[in-house]
Design a protein around this ligand. Structure first.
Ligand SMILES: [Zn+2]
Length: 128
């Protein structure tokens, strides 16, 4: 049985209206839905949640890197959080994870389709 903190860390990211835009919900507050744009801010990404807008985005707007923000004590990392995620909210991190899973599945399906077409072509036309 997960405790309350673990439940709060569970988010569901689903692709929204383009491959780089996701809706992310919080399991503890399912009525809340944020939009994450993975390619905003020169591929850093942006989220519509308050934590991102008030705590993280001002540093990003100034051109401060996540490593710099952590080193200068502008932000605090959560336990186990990667320094490269120092200017990312939980939604952005979950969104990148889901994006990697979605892309892996799509590339796999694409490779399978290409292999099937190549085999069909070989069987119909022969090797030459
Ligand atoms: Zn967020």
């Amino acid at each position: 049985m997960p405790n309350v903190n673990e439940i709060e860390q569970m988010h569901v990211a689903t692709r929204y209206d383009s491959p780089l835009r996701y809706h992310v919900t919080s399991a503890s507050r399912p009525h809340e839905r944020h939009i994450v744009e993975l390619d905003a801010y020169r591929l850093h990404g942006r989220c519509t949640c308050e934590a991102f807008a008030y705590r993280l985005e001002p540093h990003i707007r100034k051109g401060i890197s996540p490593e710099q923000a952590v080193a200068e004590g502008l932000v605090n990392l959560r336990a186990g959080q990667d320094v490269r995620d120092g200017l990312s909210c939980k939604h952005l991190i979950e969104c990148r994870r889901q994006f990697a899973a979605d892309m892996t599945r799509e590339f796999h399906e694409h490779a399978k389709k290409n292999a099937n077409e190549a085999r069909r072509s070989f069987e119909e036309d022969g090797p030459y």
